[in-house]
Design a protein around this ligand. Sequence first.
Ligand code: URA
Length: 309
Amino acid sequence: MSDEAVPVADSLAEVLADVRRYLGWHRDVAGEELHAACDGALVSGKAVNVLVTVEGSSTPPVVVEYAEVSAEVASVAEPVSEAPVVVVPPPPGPGAPGISVRAPADSPPAAPVEATVQAPSAGEPPRLDEVRRALGDCKRCKLCSGRKNLVFGVGNPKARLVFVGEGPGAEEDNQGIPFVGAAGQLLTKMIVAMGYTRDEVYICNVVKCRPPGNRNPEPDEIEACQPFLEAQLNAIRPSVIIALGKFAAQTLLRTDTPITRLRGQWREYVGVPLMPTFHPAYLLRNPAEKKAAWTDLQAVMARFPKPGA
Ligand code: URA
């Protein structure tokens, strides 16, 4: 039981927001409409466990543990939840409220977090801002002639989790920020569903300039940009990389194996665990594949749970 006394209404609202986020992830990412139910049981004295189960999900139930509940529990349930969450309030009890949310006891342990990205040359790895400075007003390939903005990357320079996409589209070229268009909105949902914000992770692309008409990046363009992608990863030293789509996976793994065979299989990029999965733009065109991508993201979350989550 948590020592921190938090108002039950606030805490339960947070829990329900988490449940709603989880259901939303399923709806948006996995393409499934799920229903959640909460059940309460008095376990000892005033302590109460509430089990949140999601029908049709392989995810283990979340146990919400709290003491001292009152009628307000029932009244906070509805306004915070648009998703079909049914809350069965546990029996009321007197005294000061306290609440904690913990992962199920059988959650997989965190894998050892080891960043072993090698520096391309001897000495200290470059910092991300140094990599950006080295890229400069890049004219190393023909993509420079059509770009409005070079799209370097966005997010936490010390992120545990890095997403690598293919290359900027029209909106990314306009704004100079990766994944801000339609595919970006889906990626943002995926990130949030994993329990992160865009600011907490790092997002970048194989090529930093928009291929005209959103065509695929060509081998010479990928080759020109690759040292900078590798330097970015070397500067960040993430715990895990998620390669979004064929170009990210094939470039980082130096393979021409199709993404349909790569996805969902743990690989390594210079010692860093790498999970290839489908590109969000592909998922928008093929919603039936969202389920597979969801499985891949779950594998990442199981091996690398967010610290403190
Ligand atoms: N697709 C990508 O691969 N990257 C972006 O930044 C946007 C769309």
